[in-house]
Design a protein around this ligand. Structure first.
Ligand SMILES: CC(C)(COP(=O)(O)OP(=O)(O)OC[C@H]1O[C@@H](n2cnc3c(N)ncnc32)[C@H](O)[C@@H]1OP(=O)(O)O)[C@@H](O)C(=O)NCCC(=O)NCCS
Length: 186
């Protein structure tokens, strides 16, 4: 089975409908940590709703319009990444991420997001990779910064979440910027 090593004891793998029970249990354990930022953490409340959500991503993957991956640390599901948007016609995709509290601070999402952006840009020819984040989510904004993304701007009160309308920051990296950063790193 495909698995991309992130560290000696962590890997990125596809997250599929057959893993719905694990995913539902994961969301249940970490709802308080995830729900302030991720609307799906309130929609996934049991195994059937987890399966339905993962099935939607399986269908998006088949249509080449989205993908989802899990992050496993020492064999336990601790987080994930997704292409919430993957639009090959316009060459624009959007990456989303999450981690359990205990898995933060190790650069796992940084490594996973780099793998996703490399694939999107180098293999799939995406021109622009986006990161959309609640303006108060400093930890996620720090990830976008570490990835070398640029803050395009803010969509003011664009989205209702948990009873308030949130300001959404849009960050992005363009394909030529990503390649230039990589060339510098070599
Ligand atoms: C957003 C979120 C994924 C960030 O997790 P994270 O662990 O801080 O992210 P990274 O993988 O980039 O790791 C960075 C941290 O690891 C450290 N680190 C260690 N090795 C590293 C490496 N090789 N590369 C980068 N960072 C490394 C960094 O110093 C940083 O630690 P610090 O926060 O103590 O400064 C996490 O806070 C989360 O899941 N939040 C809830 C859900 C959420 O908000 N999702 C995003 C919605 S837009």
């Amino acid at each position: 089975m495909f698995a991309y090593p992130l560290t000696d004891n962590a890997e990125l793998r596809p997250l599929e409908p057959w893993q719905a029970a694990d995913f539902a249990a994961y969301v249940e354990r970490h709802r308080a940590h995830l729900a302030p930022w991720l609307p799906w953490a309130q929609i996934i409340v049991d195994e059937p709703s987890a399966r339905q959500w993962l099935q939607r991503y399986a269908e998006r993957q088949a249509a080449d319009s989205g993908r989802i991956y899990g992050i496993w640390l020492d064999g336990a599901l601790v987080g994930g990444t997704l292409f919430r948007v993957f639009d090959t016609a316009s060459g624009v995709c959007e990456v989303g991420v999450w981690l359990s509290p205990e898995a933060q601070g190790q650069g796992l999402v940084n490594r996973a997001a780099r793998c996703m952006i490399d694939w999107a840009v180098d293999v799939r020819g995406m021109a622009r990779v986006e990161w959309r984040v609640d303006a108060t989510n400093t930890r996620s904004i720090a990830v976008a910064n570490r990835l070398g993304m640029t803050r395009d701007g803010v969509l003011r009160e664009v989205f209702p979440l948990n009873g308030v309308r949130i300001d959404l920051e849009v960050w992005s990296v363009l394909a030529h910027e990503w390649r230039a950063t990589h060339a510098e790193a070599v």
